[in-house]
Design a protein around this ligand. Structure first.
Ligand SMILES: Cc1cc2nc3c(=O)[nH]c(=O)nc-3n(C[C@H](O)[C@H](O)[C@H](O)COP(=O)(O)OP(=O)(O)OC[C@H]3O[C@@H](n4cnc5c(N)ncnc54)[C@H](O)[C@@H]3O)c2cc1C
Length: 461
């Protein structure tokens, strides 16, 4: 069945595509969003079950960007923002069989058993003054070792990066993953002096008043934010519609979608936004743009499994007050990447008389994780946590979510790779790219890019 021609079609209803479509719709542009699944949100999904709020994919957002604030403010009649608890400031690292709190001030650092005396001295020296980075691309580990020392890199930085990017600091490019840190690293000899000067630099540029700060969640879960954005698209949102093929035409694009029943529908548009994971975008675009296809195919993504586990409170001996813990790469025998104490960070996720945790397994450390059955994954988690968190009973709820391509890995050379991709895609008039493989993987990053893509389309009209 042929649909009438559209001005703009966005393919993919994750937060990237939703943001593009939402801004276009608000600006009065005729936009249609095609999403393969029956719900929007992509990996940003939430479920209410047995009195718990389960986040199936992302858990929280750090409000860093004005574009994300704009989305939250505009949707505030449908979703309420919930700040993380004060307890969430306490974070732990798994080290030699126990959980050690990450020190957050100099006094706590001095007495912390997390680092050796030598590592603390090296950290202090590096923070006062250390060698600048070069203009070349280098890894997060190169940066961390040069500035903070090997032990801090192995223990703290590798654990933090596992939590943020599920990746390996020995391969990830500092420039691509954290451009602002890369920019500071090339300019300042003293990280401390630079940090102390930052508030003044910000003021000079005009300080914005911020409605939300730090870590936030949504009262009905992050999935509700996606739902709310999708609702604003009205009839412009088409779910259950997988784009199977596309064609380039003289004045636009043709798309063929297949619904669950196998029925095909044809769409056409003047402008096309591909807001898909890299591999999916590569499959569709590669037929007509081999270079675009091969660059997208070459992007490696880390697999991830998220287990939401609930226990009766008396069955958990550990207080689990805090955000949770992460595991550094120099603990290869511990089979988990990290555990979040979900109901401590966000009490509205939990249920009275119970405890709720989120366990991460996989990442680039354990890529074979997806081949394990639910029972094997549960056994791995239970085995690792029973003693550590003093768990005596079986979980009352188990939820397993698999992500074969959870987080794109911005390895060395990534900035040039994306430049080549953009150059190759720009040969097609009216084609736009959005998604977490372009300018950052966080929800903030996806929303920021999505708004920019929408503005480019609005400006070009
Ligand atoms: C387990 C996990 C935890 C995370 N935790 C956090 C966190 O706590 N904080 C944070 O900021 N970020 C987090 N992230 C990262 C962030 O959530 C993602 O980078 C972001 O949500 C990606 O959004 P997206 O729209 O680019 O892609 P996706 O969410 O993958 O959306 C792509 C959409 O395209 C659709 N699609 C695919 N193929 C087709 C097709 N052929 N036709 C039509 N539709 C199609 C898919 O169904 C999907 O809905 C996490 C990611 C994961 C996986």
């Amino acid at each position: 069945m042929d649909q009438s021609p559209r001005d703009v079609i966005v393919v993919g209803g994750g937060i990237s595509g939703l943001t593009v479509a939402w801004h276009l719709a608000r600006a009065g542009v005729g936009v249609t969003l095609l999403e393969a699944d029956h719900e929007v949100g992509g990996c940003m999904r939430s479920e209410h079950r047995d009195g718990f709020l389960l986040e199936k994919g992302p858990f929280n957002v750090i409000v860093r960007d004005e574009s994300f604030e704009e989305l939250l403010t505009s949707l505030s009649d449908q979703v309420q923002v919930v700040a993380a608890s004060k307890a969430a400031r306490a974070r732990y690292i798994y080290r030699n069989g126990r959980l050690i709190r990450v020190p957050t001030n100099p006094a706590a650092l001095v007495s912390s058993p997390l680092l050796s005396f030598e590592a603390k001295c090296r950290l202090l020296r590096g923070v006062l003054a250390s060698r600048r980075g070069s203009d070349a691309d280098y890894t997060i580990e190169d940066f961390a070792v040069r500035r903070l020392g090997q032990e801090v890199s192995d223990t703290l930085v590798s654990a933090a990066i596992a939590g943020i990017l599920a990746g390996d600091i020995r391969k990830l490019s500092l420039r691509a993953c954290f451009p602002s840190i890369w920019s500071f690293d090339r300019r300042a000899r003293s990280p401390l002096a630079y940090a102390l000067g930052t508030p003044f630099r910000k003021k000079k540029g005009g300080k914005r008043s911020r409605r939300w700060r730090g870590l936030v969640s949504i009262d009905r879960g992050l999935g509700a934010l996606a739902e709310a954005a999708g609702k604003d698209l009205g009839e412009g949102l088409v779910t259950g519609c997988r784009v199977e093929a596309l064609s380039l035409r003289d004045n636009g694009f043709g798309l063929t979608c297949v619904d669950d029943g196998g029925a095909a529908r044809s769409w056409s548009c003047r402008r096309l936004v591909m807001a898909l994971p890299a591999a999916d975008a590569g499959r569709l675009l590669g037929t007509h743009l081999p270079e675009v296809g091969s660059i997208l195919d070459s992007i490696v993504s880390a697999p991830l499994v998220v287990l939401n586990l609930a226990f009766k409170a008396p069955d958990v001996g550990h207080p689990m007050q805090g955000f949770g813990f992460l595991v550094p790469h120099n603990e290869p025998d511990f089979p988990l990447m990290g555990v979040l104490w979900a109901d401590s960070a966000f009490p509205h996720h939990g249920r009275v008389g119970h405890r709720l945790i989120r366990v991460f397994i996989g990442g680039t450390r354990t890529p074979e994780v997806l081949s394990r059955s639910d029972d094997e994954l549960l056994a791995t988690a239970s085995g690792a946590l029973r003693e550590l968190l003093q768990i005596t009973g079986e979980p009352t709820l188990v939820d397993v979510c698999r992500y074969p391509a959870a987080i794109p890995q911005y390895h060395l050379g990534y900035v040039e790779k994306i430049e080549r991709l953009r150059a190759a895609a720009s040969s097609v008039n009216g084609l736009h790219l959005a998604g977490n493989y372009l300018e950052g993987v966080s929800i903030n990053d996806c929303v920021r890019l999505g708004r920019r893509v929408a503005r480019e389309i609005i400006d070009a009209r």
